[in-house]
Each structure stands twice: as structure tokens, then as C-alpha cells.
Design a binder for this molecule. Structure first.
Ligand code: AHG
Ligand code: MN
Ligand code: MN
Length: 333
């Protein structure tokens, strides 16, 4: 008989990797896993429950919010409020950061940044969506946590992960000691270890970029796209193009099969579109931990300074050799 290992069991086992850990990070990860299961339940029945479509509001970045964006945001906030391990939540859906002010969380050590629902334009059409999270330890030691605790660089992350609500639902996370993936078994309601020690192929033949914006891309990116399309048997070109509009889904595929995901600067998004704190940094941490690479074309994503919690960045992320080639062309042209 095959014994299953649940996310809860795995987290407790791994606590021993951190000799001074008192279990707070473990509890925080468990809380995020619980919220993910609740969001998964709603995503699965979105068409039945009347929760597809726009909420009629916009977030701080002027993007229209879907009902499920707001629902997912509320669920993760509620889980962190009940859990007591997080003192500040930063979310794509909230203009400002949220203090978690409860008796339970008055000594909380962790800051969580989250994209509660990534790829939300895909909800209405049944294409995979996701959640991305990033965890920091607060630096200040007394009083209320401050903005300085929030604006930490990606290299300061203590953990990061994503949930993909796809043909099956998976939670993938790292605490800086490799990457592990868990598949939700709906019959027992548990995330079970299905992808231990995930390692990203160093090369791949799938590229992911919104080519609709081709005319507005920097020259180096145009050159890279042409490079992907050239016939060359030895390097398995032309590459295959896949782009879903959910970064989580595109990167999950790249993590397993190898590939590159690019969201460069464009005329419409002069600083890039994706948000450094709750999209780029957590994905960069996971990809690096799996042996891949993540940069803005010039600098490592996780070393970029963070001045604003909603700041954007260009991103080139994925298999080591593919990212290195794209960087080479970006820097050359
Ligand atoms: P979100 O749904 O959280 O706003 O993120 C969407 C992001 C990312 O997941 C995706 O790759 C990208 O935006 C798609 O943008 P374009 O439609 O401009 O390609
Ligand atoms: Mn997103
Ligand atoms: Mn989102």
C-alpha cells in the first residue's frame, strides 16, 4: 500500500530543518493551505455559485476586480487573522497593507504578501488560475511592524509558494531548501505530496510571452522571439509557444517541462506589468530553488530594491539556459 504524506505532516517533519523554529512558520503555511482549500472549493463551482464576473470595483492599480479576486483575498486574510502568525498582509487587492490586529497575532513575526487570485481574467472561461504568496520575517523587534518590514528584497524571503487551481489543484512551496509540490486529493480534502524535490530542466523548448504586444517590445526581446522561431534541429527549435494569461499556470508548466516566461517592459507598461513583491519575487524564489533563473533581463529579480509594495518589474524567468540566452540578447541589443 502506498502511504500518502499530507502537507500538514510534511511541514511538521521539515520543521526539524530549522533548529530554532518554534513552529510559527509551520502554522503559517498550514493556515495558507487551509485558505487555499476554501478558495479551491469556490473556484471549482464558480459557474454554479454566481461568482464569476466583475465585482464592479477596481484595485489600486486600476484593474477591474473580479468577484473571485475579492473572495480569495477575504479568505486568505481571514485565515491569517485566525492563525495569529502574521502581523501584516500585503495584497494585490488592497491599496495599503493590512495590520492584523488581534490578541493572537500581537507577537506575530511574519509578513505575508499575496496575489490572491492570479490570472483572474481566466475565471470566466475555466482556464487555470492561481494564488501566489511570499513570506518575510519582520525585522523590527518591538512595537508595531512598519513599512520597512514590508519593503524587503526578494532574497530576504523565508518562504514562497503558489497554488494552481487547474485540472487538479496543487500547492507548490519552498522554504529555501528545495521545492515540493502537493496535489489536493478532493476525496480526503488534503494536499498530498506528489512532486517531491522539484527540479526544473536547465533547458526547454517552450516559450511564454504575450506576442500581441510584439511591436512594443524592446529589441532584445524581439530578437529572442525570432531566435525561438528559427529552425535548428540540434537545439530543438523552433520552440513551442504557450501563453495562458495566468503566470502561475505558465510557470508551473515551465517548472515541470522546462521553459521560459517573459513579461517585458512595453509601451503600455513601461515598468513591466507584474508586481515585484507578490508575483515576481515569490516565483523567482521558487524557480531558483528548483535550479532555474529569474531576472529583469539585467539584474536578478530577488536583488532588486523594493520602494513600493505595488511596484512592477519586467521579468524573464524559467530554465537556466533559456533565461541566460534571453538576457544575452537583451543586453546586446
Ligand atoms: P492578475 O490576474 O493577478 O492581475 O495577474 C495577471 C497577470 C499574469 O498572471 C499574466 O501572466 C499576465 O498578467 C497577463 O497579462 P497580459 O494579458 O497583459 O498578457
Ligand atoms: Mn497576478
Ligand atoms: Mn491577482
Amino acid at each position: 500500500m502506498n502511504a500518502v504524506k499530507t502537507l500538514g505532516q510534511f511541514i511538521i517533519e521539515k520543521q526539524a530543518d530549522f533548529p530554532y523554529a518554534k513552529g510559527e512558520l509551520s502554522r503559517l503555511l498550514r493556515d495558507l493551505g487551509i485558505a487555499a482549500k476554501i478558495v479551491n472549493r469556490e473556484v471549482n463551482k464558480a459557474g454554479l455559485a454566481g461568482i464569476i464576473g466583475d465585482a464592479g470595483s477596481t484595485n489600486v492599480q486600476g484593474e477591474s476586480q473580479k468577484k473571485l479576486d475579492i473572495y480569495a483575498n477575504e479568505q486568505f486574510l481571514a485565515a491569517l487573522q485566525c492563525g495569529g502568525e502574521c502581523c501584516i498582509l500585503v495584497s494585490e487587492e488592497n491599496d495599503d497593507y493590512i495590520y492584523i490586529d488581534s490578541e493572537l497575532s500581537k507577537n506575530a513575526k511574519y509578513i505575508v504578501a499575496i496575489d490572491p487570485l492570479d490570472g483572474s481574467s481566466n475565471i470566466d472561461v475555466n482556464v487555470s488560475v492561481g494564488t501566489i504568496f511570499s513570506i518575510y520575517r519582520r525585522k523590527s523587534t518591538d512595537g508595531k511592524a512598519t513599512i520597512a518590514d514590508v519593503l524587503q528584497r526578494g532574497i530576504d524571503q523565508v518562504a514562497a509558494g503558489y497554488i494552481i487551481y487547474g485540472s487538479s489543484t496543487m500547492l507548490v512551496y519552498t522554504t529555501g531548501k528545495g521545492v515540493n509540490g502537493f496535489t489536493l486529493d478532493p476525496s480526503i480534502g488534503e494536499f498530498c505530496l506528489s512532486h517531491p524535490n522539484m527540479e526544473m530542466p536547465v533547458d526547454g523548448n517552450i516559450y511564454s510571452i504575450n506576442e500581441g504586444y510584439y511591436n512594443h517590445f524592446p529589441n532584445g526581446i524581439k530578437k529572442y522571439i525570432k531566435y525561438c522561431q528559427v529552425e535548428d534541429e540540434k537545439s530543438h527549435r523552433p520552440y513551442i509557444s504557450r501563453y495562458t494569461g495566468s503566470m502561475v499556470a505558465d510557470l508551473h508548466r515551465s517548472l515541470i517541462k522546462g521553459g521560459i516566461f517573459i513579461y517585458p517592459v512595453t509601451a503600455r507598461a513601461p515598468n513591466g506589468k507584474l508586481r515585484l513583491v507578490y508575483e515576481c519575487n515569490p516565483m523567482a524564489f521558487i524557480v531558483e530553488q528548483a535550479g532555474g533563473k529569474a531576472s529583469n533581463g539585467y539584474q536578478r529579480i530577488m536583488e532588486l530594491n523594493v520602494d513600493d509594495m505595488h511596484q512592477r518589474s519586467a521579468i524573464v524567468i524559467g530554465s537556466m539556459n533559456m533565461v541566460a540566452k534571453a538576457e544575452e540578447l537583451l543586453q546586446k541589443y
